[in-house]
Every structure is written in C-alpha cells, then in structure tokens.
Design a protein around this ligand. Structure first.
Ligand code: ADP
Ligand code: MG
Length: 238
C-alpha cells in the first residue's frame, strides 16, 4: 500500500532522510518511533507530498509519487496532526464536511449525513454545532480524526496525535485509533505511546538519524529489540 525505497531528503545542506526503506501492507498498522528530530514528521510529510523528497521512490497503492500523481495520492491519504489543525471559524460539523464538499465536490446532503455518522463514531455527535475553541484537545483531535475519515482515505497518517493533549485526554483519542485499527484501516502512526503501540500496531519502525534502524513486529521491536539503539531509545521513553 505504501512503499518507500531509498528515500532521501535534505533541508538546505542538512541530510534529514538518508535512505529510508519500508513497506506497509493494506490493513496494517505501523508505528513509527524515534527521537525528536530523527525525521518522523518529514517521512509522513513526504509520503503525502507536503514535502518533496530528493531521491528514492515512494509508491502509494501502486502509484509512483510524482508531481503528476500527487493529487491522486493525496486523495487516498488523510493526515492527522499533532495540533489538530481544525478551521477555527467553522463548527465541528463544517470542519468534517469541508474536504468532501470543497475538494471532492460531493453533494452537501450526502456529506452531512456521512459527517454526522463519523462524528457519532468518534463520540462527538452532540458537539456538531460547537466551535473548536469550545472543545478540549482530546475532543478536537477526535474531530480531526472524523475529518480525516470523511475523505474516505485508503490510509491515514497520524503525526503524534496525542502528544499535545493533557494526560487525562490521551485515552479517548487512543480508543478511537484502536477502533480504526480493529476495523482494518491502514495507518502509519508516529507516537511516543509505546504501550499503546505494542498493543495496537502490527509493525514498529524505529528511525534514528534519518534511517530505519529496526523494522519488525511491534511486540518484538518494542519489547525485545534487536538493535542496541532501539533498546537505548526505549529505555529513555519508557
Ligand atoms: P521528528 O518529527 O522526528 O521530530 P522532523 O521530521 O520534524 O523530526 O525533523 C527532522 C529534522 O529536520 C529536524 O532537525 C528539523 O529541525 C528539520 N526540519 C524539519 N522541517 C524542516 C524545514 N521545513 N526546514 C528546515 N529544517 C527542517
Ligand atoms: Mg515530528
């Protein structure tokens, strides 16, 4: 579903991704872990073309990422951000409807129905008329996930979806992600929630210094890593 092969990316003369290789199958949940500054966000951003990679290849659903295929690839991937990125002057419902109506040009009545169903799924149907500023961080992030789902993506990329939340709000967002995982949604999740990743992810990728240092079954990588660098990282965050 998502394949990276020898992906490189520099900012100025600083190499950030130094040849990233991995492949995520449809229905798989992969967590991407690694120290701050190791290139996790850059990987997600290059996959959906928010950043352009310098070398190597990225393939999504059989499409090679290029300027020509980018619009098509974007349509297949939804992104969930650490800081939610909801439109502040639109209601919860309008936030969820925005993409399908404005980008996909789908009929408003149909989108509204789907948006309300999605809000129900993330436990936010009662707040459909609220504005983002009236919600807690956990509630905003659940709306962010509903908004991502409204585009009917093939896969969702989540960049530290719980790290801007108060500790008591983390669980409600993780529950939503857990439910999506059990429904077979393909996801790449950047997270520092190691216990959650161990439970929900199929795969764990550990990145350090712009390369994937370790890649394997989540339970194995996050419990008994093969590489010393992975072990040291886990000792620091656990
Ligand atoms: P992570 O998400 O793992 O913390 P990032 O992918 O955000 O790391 O960043 C990796 C490195 O690239 C960091 O050193 C960061 O400062 C740098 N970087 C990220 N985005 C930019 C940018 N737009 N311009 C310059 N440097 C950047
Ligand atoms: Mg990041």
């Amino acid at each position: 579903m998502i394949t990276l092969s020898g992906v490189t990316k520099s900012f100025g003369d600083r190499p950030i991704l130094r040849g990233v290789d991995f492949a995520i199958a449809a229905g798989e949940v992969a967590c991407l872990i690694g120290p701050s500054g190791s290139g996790k966000s850059t990987i997600l951003r290059t996959i959906n073309g928010l950043e352009r990679h310098d070398g190597g290849t990225i393939t999504v659903n059989g499409l090679l990422l290029s300027d020509r295929t980018l619009p098509q690839i974007r349509r297949q991937l939804s992104m969930v951000f650490q800081r939610f990125n909801l439109f502040p002057h639109r209601t919860v419902l309008e936030n969820v409807m925005e993409g399908p109506v404005q980008v996909l040009r789908e009929p408003v009545a149909e989108v509204r129905e789907r948006a309300l169903a999605l809000l129900d799924r993330v436990g936010m149907a009662e707040r459909a008329a609220a504005y983002p500023s009236q919600l807690s961080g956990g509630q905003q992030q659940r709306v962010g996930i509903a908004r991502a789902l409204a585009m009917r993506p093939q896969a969702i990329l989540l960049d530290e979806p719980t790290s801007a939340l108060d500790p008591e709000r983390v669980g409600e967002v993780l529950s939503v992600i857990r439910a999506l995982a059990s429904e077979g949604m393909t996801m790449v999740v950047v997270t520092h929630e190691i216990a959650f990743a161990r439970e929900v992810a199929d795969r764990a990728l550990f990145i350090d210094g712009g390369v994937i240092v370790e890649d394997g079954p989540a339970r194995q990588v996050l419990t008994a890593p093969t590489m010393e660098r992975t072990r040291q990282f886990l000792d620091r965050v656990l």
